[in-house]
Design a protein around this ligand. Structure first.
Ligand code: ATP
Length: 333
């Protein structure tokens, strides 16, 4: 990661969504988490996280004035994310502040716009989210925002942490955050926080069938606990298809052990999966805990054709390219 120029006032980071091309659940651990093996892959649907200093100008630029900092969340375009301290972006800011050792103490609560109107004595860091990644859709939108916030604040606050250090901080926030910090294509093991980049020579065209009704990850795993059995599925065929850039082989190899649980909770997904296949998708899989369906197609034209054919079945259909790289600084001043 390049070092941020000193004295920044505003940083914007564009973060891609994640899909799972492969997900095997090895079993439930004593702490209630699940051990998985997964291949995570970024797709071209992005959120933008913009962080900026606000509050009294003098306090903002004087090091002593930075001892107390408030984080204020602004939800821009795209709704559905929590508007308060439960938001993963705010949690990421707090986690970074306490790990970075820069001596700041973050004020709790009071983050709403009202605080600005009452006039505060301390500086504020504003975190604005412009969301395109659907919420509760198995596409790691919250984790992407957490990763984007860590990367943006690392620069704004001049923390100078490495990507590995940001991944470690992210692991405590959510299983998908370490992957989202780097993006690309990675093999994830353990609870999903241990990731290693894998070779992906292919560029793929996907159709994403998105539902407005979120599916809670915890509910899907609970359902897996009841109906699923520990899986021995291995990701080799997916890894091979990524290495050889072969969309047909990749379509056949897509796999998700959570899919039966997602279909059980949302029976309508089964017919939608069938419709994507009938429209010409090379393979279809539920992403993560769902309910998003990922249809892999044979090129951009095919993707547009498949998308047109299934548009009426979903709340939203996106044609997206993959992999979509990782978080990218798009503005810095
Ligand atoms: P997971 O990463 O657990 O599979 P998901 O990808 O299915 O989750 P997310 O969009 O990350 O879905 O939302 C999961 C939960 O996280 C939701 O209950 C949502 O309220 C909460 N959440 C917290 N912060 C955010 C955020 N910035 N954007 C979206 N959801 C958020």
């Amino acid at each position: 990661m390049t070092r941020a120029p000193a004295g920044l006032a505003r940083v914007a980071v564009r973060v891609p969504a994640k899909i799972n091309l492969f997900l095997a659940v090895r079993g439930r651990r004593d702490d209630g988490m699940h051990d998985i093996v997964s291949i995570m892959h970024t797709v071209g649907v992005h959120d933008v996280v913009t962080v900026a200093f606000g509050g009294p100008r003098a306090a903002m630029h004087h090091p002593a004035g930075r001892r107390v900092m408030e984080v204020e969340l602004q939800l821009g375009t795209g709704g559905g994310a929590p508007p308060d301290d439960a938001n993963l972006a705010v949690r990421a800011a707090r986690a970074l502040a306490s790990s970075a050792g820069n001596g700041w103490s973050l004020r709790r609560g009071g983050g709403g716009r009202g605080a600005a109107e009452r006039g505060r004595q301390w500086p504020v860091t504003r975190v604005r989210l412009d969301k395109r990644i659907p919420v509760g859709a198995g596409m790691a939108g919250g984790s992407a925002d957490a990763a984007g916030t860590l990367i943006a604040l690392n620069r704004l606050w001049d923390c100078d942490l490495s990507l590995d250090q940001l991944r470690d901080i992210g692991a405590a926030l959510g299983a998908d955050v370490p992957f989202c910090v780097g993006g690309g294509t990675a093999l994830a093991t353990g609870t999903g926080v241990t990731t290693a980049q894998v070779l992906c020579r292919g560029r793929f065209q996907l159709v994403l069938g998105i539902s407005d009704r979120p599916l809670a990850t915890a509910d899907v795993y609970r359902c897996w606990d009841e109906i699923g059995v520990a899986s021995r599925a291995e990701p080799d065929a997916v890894l091979q298809a990524l290495r050889t850039a072969d969309p047909v082989a990749l379509g056949e190899a897509l796999h998700n052990d959570l899919q039966p649980a997602a279909f059980h909770l949302r029976p309508e997904l089964r017919a939608r999966r069938d419709a994507l296949l009938a429209a010409g998708a090379l393979g279809v899989v539920v992403s993560g805990s769902g309910p998003t369906l990922v249809g892999l197609t044979d090129g951009a034209q095919a993707a547009r054709r498949v998308a047109r054919a299934v548009r009426h079945l979903f709340d939203r259909v996106e044609v997206a390219r993959s992999p979509a790289g990782g978080p990218e600084v798009v503005e810095e001043r």
